[in-house]
Design a protein around this ligand. Structure first.
Ligand code: BGC
Length: 744
C-alpha cells in the first residue's frame, strides 16, 4: 500500500485496482438520476440561514436538490439531515458536510499564520490531522482549508489564514496541511477532504481591502501566488475553491484562465472546484454577469463544479441544459467528480457521525497537549534586551495588564468555527497562574476596552464573538487608572495587547496597523514606571510597535495562539519552552510601507548603493523586522558554508547556555537572466533543535526545481545559465555568502 502513496486520489484508486469498480458505481447512479438530481449534487446548501432567502435544507435534501451542506458542526444536527438524505430522498445519496476547519475543530490551534511561524511542516501536518480527526468524528467530511493565499499586505485581515508572503514557505505549509487533513487516503474514518483556497490572487486585494479587485501579472501569479496551490495539488488536494474577487477584471469564480487553462489543462487537476460562498450569484453583483442564468452558465463553463450557497445552479442550470447552452455531458462530468469523492470518503457505507465518538475524540488530552506545543513553537520572540526573558519562576509579584490578559475568545480568532465554545481556553493570566501557583501575587487589569469602529457581520453570525460596546468615558478612565495602579504594585509587568478576534480574518481589513484604542498610551504609561515590562502581542497581523521596539525590553508575538495559548505563553515567559518561531512575513514599521516583502527586485538604484539610504525621505524603507526573523533564549552561529550548483551545506551551532531551536534558512539570488529576479528568495529551511554546544551540518539540495522561474519575456518556465548568490543564516538578512553558477 505504501507504494500507493499516490499524488492524486485518482492515481491511488488506479493503483489499488479499485478505479473500475468505483467508476461502475458512479455510472450506475448517474444513469438513474434526473437532471434536477444531478444539479442537486452540484449545489451546496447552508445548514444555517446566513444568506437571505436561502432555502430550508430539509426540503432541498428530500427533493435531491442538495449535494452538500455547510456551516454545521453539531453531529446530532448533521445526523438528522443525513438521515433525510439517506432515508427520504429518492436515490439516497449521502450528503457531504463541509465546514471551515481552519486551525482546529474543538481543540483550537494557533491561527494558520502562527503555525507557519513555526517553520515546522511536520508539526503543521500533525495539527491538521488532529483537526481532521475531531471534525470527521462529528460528521464533517470536508474542510475549506488550507487557505494558501500569499499575503503581502497586513492591512488585509485574511493574512491570518495563510502562511504569509513567501511562495516557498507557503508551498511547504500547503503540502503539510493537505497531508494532515487527507492523510494517505482521505477515505480513512479520521480524515477529511481538503480544499485549496481561494484560487487565486485574493491576497493582492487593492489597498488590502477585503474582496477588492486584484491586479496581478502572469509572472507574479506563476512565480509567487500559484506555487502554494500547485504544492497543494501535488500533495493530492481533493478540491479547490474559487476566490471572490476580480482577478485582472475577471471574477475568479468565472475565470477560465485560472480554472481551465491552469488548473485543468496544465496542472491536470482531477478533483472538483467549489465556488466561494454565494460567489456564483455574486457574478451579477460584480457587474460581470447579466443575470443569474448568465452567472450560472459562466461559472459552470469556466470550471466551478459546485455552487456554494447561492442557489444559482439549482435554479438556473436545468433551463440552460434544456436550451442547449450547457451540455448534459458536462453536467455528468461534474457530478461524477462529486460522487467519486463521496464514494471514496466511504459516505455510502458510513453516512452517519458517531455522536459518542465525537465527544470522546474532542476531549482527547493529547490534542490539547499538541495545541500547547504548537503555540509554543509558533510564537516569535521579537526583542529581549538584557535577557529579560525568561522570567524567574521565583517572581513574587506580577501584573498582567491589557485587554488580552484574561480574554478567551480572542485567543482563538474568528475562524474557530461558528459554534466554538471558548470556555475551556486558557487565558494568559490563567496560564501564568497555573505556572506560578499560589506562591506569587498575580494581579490582572484590562486597562482598556477596544472595539471595531465598523461592526463585523461575523459578530452577528458567531454567538461567541459578540459585538463589544465600548466602556462609557468615566468607566474607561477608571479602568485605565486601575491598570496603572496594578502595574505599580508589581515587580514585573506583562502587557497583553493586540487585536480582537473580530479584527482579523474575513471582512476584517484595517487601514492602519496601529494598536487599537488606548493600548499604546497604556503601554507608554506603564513603561514610564521604569519596571521590567514584557509585551505579549495577541494579534493576527504585524502591528505598529515602532516605539515599543526601542522602549520595551521584551516583546513576544504570541499571535492568536488557540485553546492552550495561555499555558504556552507562560511556558515561554518562564523558560519551560524556548522561542524558536520566525516571522513568515516582513514586519513593517507602519502601514505606509505596505505592501512590503523581502523578495523584491533590485532595481536600477539598489538601496545598498553608496549614499542611497532609503526609498522614502521620511523614514527608512527597511522593515522593523525582516522576514524569517525571530530570537531565542540561546545563541546560534551559522558558519562553514560550502556551495556547489547541486547543494549547499552549512554548520549551525548552539553557542549559548540553553537548549533551543534555530531555523536555518537558505536564500538565492540570480544575478542576470531573461528577467530581473528578486534580491533574495527563500529556497530551503530546516528547524533544528540543539543542546548547548551542539553543532549540526545542514544540507540543502538545489536542482532545477529551485532554480527555474516563469519568464515574462519568454512566457514559459526556464532555467537561465547564470551566476547565483547564496546566503545561509537565521533570517532573510543572512550575511554568510557564497556563489555558484549554472553556466558550465
Ligand atoms: C469565505 C471562505 C469560506 C466560506 C465558507 C466565505 O465567506 O471566503 O473562505 O470557506 O465563506 O464559510
Amino acid at each position: 500500500m505504501s507504494a500507493c502513496r499516490a499524488v492524486s486520489l485518482l492515481a491511488l484508486y488506479s493503483c489499488t485496482g479499485l478505479a473500475a469498480a468505483l467508476d461502475g458505481r458512479v455510472d450506475d447512479l448517474l444513469k438513474q438520476m434526473t437532471l434536477e438530481e444531478k444539479i442537486g449534487q452540484l449545489s451546496q446548501v447552508g445548514g444555517k440561514a446566513f444568506i437571505p432567502n436561502m432555502p430550508k435544507p430539509e426540503e432541498e435534501i428530500r427533493k435531491g436538490r442538495a449535494g452538500s451542506i455547510l456551516w454545521l458542526s453539531d453531529p446530532v444536527e448533521i445526523n438528522r439531515l443525513q438521515k433525510i438524505a439517506v432515508e427520504q430522498s429518492r436515490l439516497k445519496i449521502p450528503l457531504i458536510f463541509a465546514l471551515d476547519v481552519i486551525h482546529g475543530f474543538k481543540t483550537i490551534f494557533p491561527m494558520p499564520l502562527a503555525l507557519a511561524s513555526s517553520w515546522d511542516p511536520a508539526l503543521i501536518e500533525q495539527v491538521q490531522a488532529v483537526a481532521a480527526r475531531e471534525a470527521r468524528a462529528a460528521g464533517i467530511a470536508w474542510t475549506f482549508a488550507p487557505m494558501v493565499d500569499i499575503a503581502r499586505d497586513p492591512r488585509w485581515g485574511r493574512m491570518i489564514e495563510g502562511a504569509g508572503e513567501d511562495p516557498f514557505l507557503g508551498a511547504a505549509v500547503a503540502r503539510a496541511q493537505v497531508r494532515g487533513f487527507q492523510g494517505p487516503n482521505f477515505g480513512a474514518p479520521d480524515r477529511v477532504l481538503a480544499c485549496a483556497k481561494h484560487f487565486a490572487g485574493y491576497g493582492a486585494a487593492d489597498g488590502g481591502r477585503d474582496y477588492d479587485s486584484a491586479y496581478v501579472s502572469e509572472s507574479q501569479l506563476r512565480n509567487v501566488y500559484f506555487p502554494p496551490f500547485r504544492a497543494a495539488l501535488d500533495a493530492g488536494v481533493a478540491t479547490f475553491m474559487s476566490a471572490y474577487m476580480d482577478l485582472n477584471d475577471v471574477p475568479a469564480s468565472a475565470n477560465s484562465f485560472l480554472l481551465q487553462d491552469v488548473l485543468r489543462r496544465e496542472w491536470k487537476f482531477d478533483g472538483f472546484v467549489v465556488s466561494d460562498a454565494n460567489a456564483v450569484g455574486d457574478l451579477v453583483t460584480h457587474g460581470f454577469a447579466a443575470d443569474r442564468a448568465d452567472a450560472a452558465r459562466r461559472a459552470f463553463t469556466a470550471g466551478v463544479e459546485m455552487d456554494m450557497a447561492s442557489g444559482t445552479y439549482m435554479n438556473e442550470l436545468p433551463a440552460l441544459v434544456k436550451a442547449g447552452k450547457v451540455s448534459e455531458a458536462s453536467i455528468d462530468a461534474a457530478v461524477r467528480e462529486i460522487l467519486q469523492a463521496k464514494f471514496r470518503l466511504g459516505l455510502f457505507e458510513r453516512p452517519y457521525a458517531d455522536e459518542a465518538l465525537a465527544k470522546r475524540v474532542a476531549a482527547a488530552p493529547e490534542h490539547r497537549q499538541l495545541a500547547r506545543v504548537a503555540a509554543q513553537r509558533s510564537a516569535v520572540l521579537l526583542r529581549n534586551e538584557g535577557d529579560l526573558l525568561p522570567l524567574a519562576k521565583t517572581a513574587r509579584s506580577l501584573a498582567v495588564i491589557g485587554p488580552f490578559a484574561d480574554s478567551k475568545r480572542d485567543l482563538l480568532t474568528m475562524w474557530s468555527g461558528f459554534d466554538v465554545d471558548p470556555s475551556s481556553t486558557v487565558t494568559i493570566v490563567g496560564g501564568i497562574r497555573n505556572k506560578l501557583g499560589r506562591g506569587a501575587r498575580i494581579e490582572y487589569a484590562p486597562g482598556v476596552q477596544i472595539a471595531r469602529r465598523n461592526p463585523s457581520f461575523f459578530e452577528d453570525l458567531m454567538p461567541s464573538m459578540k459585538r463589544i460596546e465600548p466602556w462609557p468615558q468615566a468607566q474607561a478612565d477608571e479602568e485605565f487608572t486601575k491598570a496603572l495602579d496594578t502595574a505599580r504594585r508589581a515587580d514585573v509587568v506583562v502587557m497583553a495587547l493586540g487585536e480582537l478576534a473580530s479584527m482579523d480574518g474575513e471582512a476584517a481589513s484595517q487601514s492602519s496597523l496601529e494598536l487599537p484604542g488606548r493600548q499604546n498610551e497604556l503601554l507608554r504609561a506603564v513603561v514610564a514606571m521604569g519596571k521590567p515590562v514584557v509585551l505579549v502581542l495577541v494579534s493576527g497581523r504585524p502591528v505598529n510597535i515602532e516605539w515599543a521596539a526601542s522602549h520595551v525590553p521584551a516583546i513576544l508575538e504570541a499571535w492568536h495562539p488557540g485553546t492552550e495559548g495561555g499555558n504556552a505563553v507562560a511556558d515561554l515567559l518562564f523558560g519551560d519552552a524556548n522561542p524558536g518561531g520566525k516571522l513568515p512575513i516582513t514586519w513593517p514599521r507602519n502601514a505606509g510601507q505596505v505592501p512590503i516583502y523581502y523578495a523584491h527586485n533590485l532595481t536600477h538604484q539598489p538601496e545598498s548603493a553608496p549614499g542611497f539610504k532609503s526609498r522614502y525621505w521620511d523614514q527608512p524603507s527597511s522593515p522593523l523586522y525582516p522576514f524569517g526573523y525571530g530570537l531565542s533564549y540561546t545563541k546560534f552561529t551559522v558558519a562553514n558554508l560550502k556551495v556547489s550548483r547541486d547543494d549547499v551545506t552549512a554548520d549551525v551551532e548552539n553557542t549559548g547556555a540553553r537548549a533551543g531551536d534555530e531555523v536555518v534558512q537558505l536564500y538565492l539570488h540570480q544575478r542576470s537572466g531573461s528577467a530581473s529576479r528578486p534580491v533574495r528568495e527563500l529556497k530551503g529551511f530546516e528547524r533544528v533543535s540543539l543542546a548547548p554546544g551542539e553543532k549540526k551540518t545542514i544540507l540543502f539540495k538545489l536542482g532545477p526545481e529551485k532554480l527555474k522561474y516563469w519568464s515574462a519575456e519568454r512566457r514559459e518556465w526556464i532555467q537561465d545559465a547564470a551566476e547565483f548568490d547564496v546566503w545561509v543564516g537565521s533570517d532573510s538578512t543572512a550575511s554568510l555568502h557564497g556563489t555558484f553558477n549554472t553556466k558550465e
